[in-house]
Design a protein around this ligand. Structure first.
Ligand code: PRP
Ligand code: ZN
Length: 342
């Protein structure tokens, strides 16, 4: 965790006043009193209660680049501060906190931030461990990146028939909450060793018989002689929010939400252009994937052909293009869409 200056050193009277005003307005309890973080994020954020929405993103790691990229695609340009913990958007009322993903739920629960982007795995783990504290955090939408799964894996020498094979064994994990819930559900009794990282080396060092860890490509498991056995959870990046926004922040939040929706739709959509014989227009329309009403235009000097333009809200595969071609289409162009708003 990045070291920030301590509150006592940094907090001015004006800041204290602004904070008090903000807390009264949002009805929040003093985050400093309940904040589990060792450093105080508010010390870098004297502008709390300034009508700017605060979003927490992962500072480094698997989601970080994509999260910042998503905001940028939504037209929000960020200027990094010198300590790199806080970024300000200069064309949108949004401040970005770059923190450890593990800390994001706490930033929202204490209302230092109102929204965040993190892996479902990280949110669900916190909720499994501290149900009451994080109950009010809400998953708003899946973002389609950072896909991974939380799985149980064993050394290839382990004779694994089902999850029952873990009875009486020791499992190393950074996801005690989710693993415990899973084992309870399956009626399996096993010992859990909590590790912060490098879980995959636990079996080799005889710390554990099995592990429960995130798997993405599977390379980590393979290079450590481990075999994936059971998937506990499928995960991806999600947008989350707390229920502590006043109407001013709510409005900003809804604007961001609609922009993010538009970005995701555009990312998943393609613009397709082709020339089609008038006779086979119906057949060609039927082949166009995920497109409700294509635009049909005359082609100058051609009585028998028309131009067809359509937005396809799904991937356009080579096989689809070949089928269009078989139906008489030519000059088929598929291009990405940058922005899209209904
Ligand atoms: C996760 C997980 C594995 C690795 C799996 O660690 O703990 O080590 O990714 O990915 P793979 O299947 O593509 O090999 P992460 O990189 O998030 O870092 P950490 O273990 O230090 O938290
Ligand atoms: Zn790891």
């Amino acid at each position: 965790m990045t070291k920030t200056k301590t509150m006592t050193k940094n907090m001015t009277k004006t800041m204290a006043k602004t904070m008090a005003k903000n807390m009264a307005r949002t009805g929040a309890t003093n985050p400093l009193a309940t904040n589990p973080l060792s450093t105080n994020p508010l010390s870098t954020n004297p502008m709390s209660g300034d009508g700017r929405l605060k979003i927490a993103l992962q500072k480094s790691g698997r989601l970080s680049e994509m999260s910042v990229g998503l905001l940028e695609k939504a037209g929000i340009s960020l200027t990094k501060s010198r300590d790199q913990l806080l970024c300000r958007a200069h064309n949108f009322p949004l401040d970005v906190f770059l923190v450890r993903d593990d800390d994001i739920p706490a930033f929202l629960a204490t209302n230092v931030c109102q929204v965040g982007i993190l892996g479902q795995n990280a949110l669900l783990e916190k909720q499994a461990l501290f149900a009451e504290k994080y109950a009010a955090l809400e998953e708003v939408m899946a973002l389609g990146f950072g896909r991974c799964r939380l799985s149980i894996a064993t050394p290839t020498s382990f004779e694994y028939r089902s999850v029952d094979s873990l009875n009486g064994k020791t499992i190393a994990t950074s996801y005690r909450g989710l693993l415990e819930a899973y084992l309870r559900d399956k009626g399996v009794e096993a010992d859990i060793v909590t590790m912060e990282g490098a879980v995959e080396v636990a079996p080799r060092t005889h710390l554990a018989d099995a592990i429960c860890d995130l798997v993405s490509t599977g390379n980590t498991l393979i290079s450590n002689g481990l075999q994936e056995q059971d998937v506990i959870l499928q995960s991806q990046a999600v947008l989350i929010k707390n229920n502590n926004m006043d109407s001013e922040l709510q409005e900003i939040y809804e604007k961001i939400l609609s922009r993010i929706r538009a970005v995701l739709r555009a990312d998943n959509s393609r613009y397709i252009m082709l020339n089609s014989p008038i006779d086979s227009l119906d057949a060609i329309k039927a082949v166009l994937p995920g497109s409700a009403s294509p635009t049909v235009m005359p082609l100058q000097g051609r009585e028998d052909m028309v131009a067809v333009h359509a937005v396809c809200e799904e991937e356009v595969f080579w096989t689809t293009m070949e089928e269009l071609h078989r139906n008489g289409a030519n000059s088929i162009l598929v291009v990405p869409i940058e922005k899209m708003l209904d």
